[in-house]
Ligand binder design. Structure first.
Ligand code: PXP
Length: 244
């Protein structure tokens, strides 16, 4: 069985940069490391409030880092125009809410006006040759609606499973991914996944790609903090030595 692809979301590298408003750490540099580490793609979410990733980050990753780029975005016309201009490899539409801390839910597409708006966005992206998908709740009825809007892929929301690690929820994800594949959709899954909860989800072979961010960026701090401390201690020591 081939392994699933991994696209690494580097938003929170930019969150840390924005905490100081400077240049470090740079999400473009992170995208280079993602490539060197052998991941299959980089994901960024250009939020309406631009709280982490900015337009220039997306453009630079696309132009400089030779790795498939997924752009996550809410239903905003200015960001749609930007996406059409930059042409990422895929666009994941998400139901972004203004003051949410992170994406809180996948689309259920029950609301008629939301359904029509999603359909318009998917149509525009298709017109410009951009592979488009929707972040959705893992339910068969929602997959039917994704087929109605004509998207190319779904990303199933794994938050509830990640929090509860409940087998009924896992089963729902498995059923929804099977149904999506049977209906010729490319299937991704993501949100709140980590090394502690991915094992059972990774067994669902209908899922072709995982999108994971916060946990990877968080863990990278402790995988690298010791080295960073040793490095600065050495810089201080050498500098003192040379000044003696
Ligand atoms: N998928 C979608 C649609 C998201 O909005 C996010 C968060 O930006 C992710 C995946 C990644 O989630 P996490 O950072 O919890 O791994």
């Amino acid at each position: 069985m081939p392994t699933a692809k991994l696209s690494v979301n580097v938003d929170h590298v930019a969150t840390l940069r924005e905490a100081r408003g400077g240049r470090e750490p740079d999400p473009v540099h992170a995208a280079v490391v993602v490539k060197i580490a052998g991941a299959d793609g980089v994901t960024v979410h250009l939020r309406k409030d631009r709280r982490h990733i900015k337009e220039k980050d997306v453009k630079l990753i696309k132009e400089v880092v030779n790795i498939p780029l997924t752009l996550e975005m809410g239903l905003f016309d200015d960001i749609l125009e930007f996406a059409i201009d930059v042409k990422p490899d895929k666009v994941t539409l998400v139901p972004e809410r203004v003051r949410e801390v992170t994406t809180e839910r996948g689309f259920d597409l029950k609301d008629k006006s939301e359904f029509e708006q999603v359909k318009r966005f998917v149509g525009k992206l298709r017109e410009h040759g951009i592979f488009s998908g929707l972040f959705v709740e893992p339910e068969k009825e929602v997959i039917d609606k994704v087929l109605d809007v004509g998207a190319d892929f779904v990303e199933l929301n794994t938050t509830e499973y990640a929090m509860k690690m409940n087998l009924d929820i896992l089963h729902k994800i498995a059923q929804a991914s099977k149904y999506a594949v049977e209906n010729k959709l490319y299937v991704m899954a993501g949100h709140a996944l980590s090394v502690h909860n991915i094992q059972m989800v990774a067994k669902i072979h209908y899922i072709s790609e995982f999108s994971i961010g916060h946990s990877i960026i968080s863990r990278s701090i402790f995988l690298g903090l010791q080295k960073a401390i040793e490095e600065i201690k050495e810089a201080i020591r050498v500098s003192r030595l040379l000044s003696d």
